[in-house]
Design a protein around this ligand. Structure first.
Ligand SMILES: [Zn+2]
Length: 340
């Protein structure tokens, strides 16, 4: 991936570095619905009306994720073909809206009529294969079904970048170390695989109280995050939560899938070369080590120069770019949404 920044005047110096978080924000929040819950579609209606900015005056809608299963433990029905669940067509609509699809195990439980027993890897890989076949989408994150241990480690083995649970971490950081807090420092989360904690409530009075509390905390922190999840939705409570988030966070906190923020950090850790020649700074990102699962190949750069940015020229591997001439923030975008 390569692009160049053109300056208005000849710079005496011009350097750049990736922002710690996408769009140089202060923190992030992620949300998901488990078990192919149709409540995700109600949430989408609210979230698509709310925005943060990319730091360059462009609106980015809030997005979340849906954790999906493969087949029913009871009758072996394919969940993505069931009318009572998020189906394959709706998954594609969510992906197009910027949402992520997360692996929640082929069979939810290791028992009942149909199951893969305690074979965690088989559950993860069979669902990964099914989703790839049905909607050409490669997943990169796992939501632990119930509290079954072994899923975080198996997700890591499968090449995923994160797992999440309210209590099952297989000892992996950041959730698996004894510093559990709802709002946590992102620096404690390993770049290549993180086992995240999350708040989980089906009671939306509890959800509203706890998420609002977490919002009050995260706005006072730098580089922190929290996650929350449910099976259902109380739309009135949900609207209040999202409105509260928007007002309190004041465009400083991302409302984003965990995959997107983890992939951002992977991008920011790649080797990058910077070459200033005359009035241009050429930036090249070496993506050779990037996993093929990576969907969001976006990066935000903080440019430091005595000259003002005039324009960006894309050279290769980048879909588009935005920049802010006042703050010298530059964003580049590249997204994969279909795999073979
Ligand atoms: Zn579940």
């Amino acid at each position: 991936m390569k692009f160049e920044i053109l300056f208005h005047t000849l710079p005496a110096k011009a350097t750049a570095k990736p922002a710690k978080l996408k769009y140089n924000k202060n923190g992030w929040v992620s949300e998901e619905w488990d078990d192919n819950s149709l409540s995700a579609l109600k949430a989408l209606e609210k979230l698509k009306t709310k925005f943060y900015t990319d730091g360059c005056d462009n609106k980015i809608a809030y997005t979340a994720a849906i954790a999906v299963n493969g087949r029913s433990n009871y009758n072996n029905e394919e969940i993505g073909l069931s009318v009572n669940n998020i189906n394959y067509t709706q998954m594609k609509q969510l992906i197009a809206a910027g949402w992520d699809i997360e692996n929640h195990s082929y069979y939810h439980e290791p028992y009942n009529n149909f199951n893969f027993g305690n074979d965690r890897a088989k559950n993860i890989i069979a669902l990964d294969t099914l989703i790839l076949k049905k909607i050409n989408y490669k997943m990169h994150g796992l939501v632990v079904p119930s509290d079954h241990s072994g899923f975080p480690k198996a997700a890591k083995e499968a090449g995923y970048i994160f797992s999440t649970s309210q209590g099952t971490f297989d000892g992996l950081p950041p959730g698996g170390v004894p510093v559990y807090k709802d709002v946590q420092d992102f620096d404690l989360a390993p770049i290549t695989f993180s086992s995240f904690n999350r708040m989980f409530y089906d009671n939306w009075t509890e959800m509203e109280n706890n998420v609002k509390k977490a919002i009050d905390i995260i706005v006072q922190k730098n580089h922190h995050y929290f996650r929350f999840a449910s099976h259902g939705i109380d739309e009135a409570a949900y609207n209040r939560i999202i409105d509260y988030f928007e007002t309190k966070t004041n465009d400083k906190i991302l409302f984003i899938p965990t995959r997107e923020i983890m992939e951002y950090r992977l991008m920011a850790s790649l080797p990058i070369s910077y070459q200033l020649s005359h009035d241009r700074l050429v930036i090249e990102i070496n993506t050779a080590s990037l996993p093929a699962r990576c969907r969001w190949k976006d990066l935000s750069f903080i440019v430091s120069s005595d000259a003002q940015i005039k324009s960006i020229t894309l050279i290769n591997g980048i879909d588009r770019a935005t920049f802010n001439a006042q703050t010298s923030l530059v964003n580049i975008f590249k997204q994969i949404t279909s795999w073979n």
